[in-house]
Design a protein around this ligand. Structure first.
Ligand SMILES: CCCCCCCC/C=C\CCCCCCCC(=O)OC[C@H](COP(=O)(O)O[C@@H]1[C@H](O)[C@H](OP(=O)(O)O)[C@@H](O)[C@H](O)[C@H]1O)OC(=O)CCCCCCC/C=C\CCCCCCCC
Ligand SMILES: Nc1ccn([C@@H]2O[C@H](COP(=O)(O)O)[C@@H](O)[C@H]2O)c(=O)n1
Ligand code: MG
Ligand code: MG
Length: 232
């Protein structure tokens, strides 16, 4: 949903910055790499210490690079297969670090086995949700569904909640419960999304097999009729 509705807005807002980086001779790949490094550092340095506010501030500074790199590639007319591969692969690394940061916190100082397990589920299910699309497309299916909770939703829900939950350390009472609530929402939403995508791939692959079968039959009939013409 966010990918559909918010992307156009962010493209407009970030285009001047992307153009500025291009003028400074920065490449889209550099932005992809530095952005990912920033997200990973923010998540793995601050979250395991329970510093959710500062971790989210650092991550937010870098996470928008994922929208800037593609914007730069398009402005340069240099959108490439390599760029698409690098972008998607490093998205998985960034997501791994964010949810890995929550896991480390709940396994350590946060001391909550249930939330640790929920965070592990968020990490694994998010990666599998993305994989369903990549694998479905690699076997020639359209995978014409995005689902309830895509990557943008996973990030926005988790990061907004973590940022606000971090204000507990500044004395705001009760606000720390936002993060557990968000993690449960992301976990359930990812499960629903996974089911939506698997059902779609199942239907699309059945339709594709049926179309292949019909084509084979047509080919056999064509060969048979040409064969009988040749025999007469
Ligand atoms: C006092 C309070 C303290 C608060 C501290 C600060 C809080 C700041 C909070 C949040 C900021 C969150 C920002 C999150 C921005 C996410 C941007 C982003 O990277 O989106 C990526 C997404 C997908 O990009 P790709 O096409 O490159 O990725 C594809 C995707 O990963 C596919 O995965 P799948 O979906 O299938 O699981 C892969 O299949 C594919 O391989 C891969 O290529 O980009 C978008 O979707 C574009 C839309 C972005 C929309 C961002 C909306 C941000 C909205 C609000 C943030 C601000 C809220 C601030 C509130 C704070 C209040 C004080
Ligand atoms: N280093 C890069 C990064 C991205 N691309 C291209 O942009 C597409 C992704 O766009 P986003 O707005 O989601 O970043 C990607 O599929 C590539 O075509 C690139 O070429 N080089
Ligand atoms: Mg990108
Ligand atoms: Mg990306």
């Amino acid at each position: 949903m966010l990918n559909k509705y918010a992307r156009a807005f962010f493209t407009r807002v970030l285009t001047p910055f992307a153009a500025f980086l291009i003028r400074r001779g920065v490449s889209p790949d550099t932005v992809t790499l530095i952005g990912t490094a920033g997200v990973v550092a923010g998540a793995l340095v601050f979250y395991p210490m329970g510093e959710f506010f500062w971790g989210t501030v650092v991550i937010t500074l870098f996470v928008f690079s994922d929208l800037v790199d593609g914007n730069m590639a398009r402005q340069l007319g240099r959108s490439s297969r390599w760029g698409a591969f690098l972008d998607s692969t490093l998205d998985r690394v960034a997501d791994g670090a964010i949810f890995g940061g929550f896991i480390l916190w709940y396994a350590g100082g946060g001391d909550d086995l249930v939330l640790c397990a929920v965070s592990i589920f968020c990490l694994a299910s998010g990666q599998v949700v993305s994989y369903t699309k990549a694998r479905g497309e690699s076997i020639g299916l359209p995978v014409a569904v995005n689902g309830l909770v895509e990557r943008a939703e996973r990030l926005v829900i988790s990061l907004v909640a973590a940022g606000f939950a971090g204000l507990h350390k500044f004395g705001v009472p009760g606000i720390q419960y936002l993060l557990p609530i968000a993690l449960w929402i992301v976990a359930v939403g990812s499960l629903v999304t996974l089911i939506q995508r698997v059902v779609t791939v199942r239907r699309e692959s059945a339709e594709a097999e049926e179309a292949d079968g019909a084509q084979d039959n047509e080919g056999k009939q064509h060969n048979a009729s040409h064969g009988s013409e040749a025999a007469t």
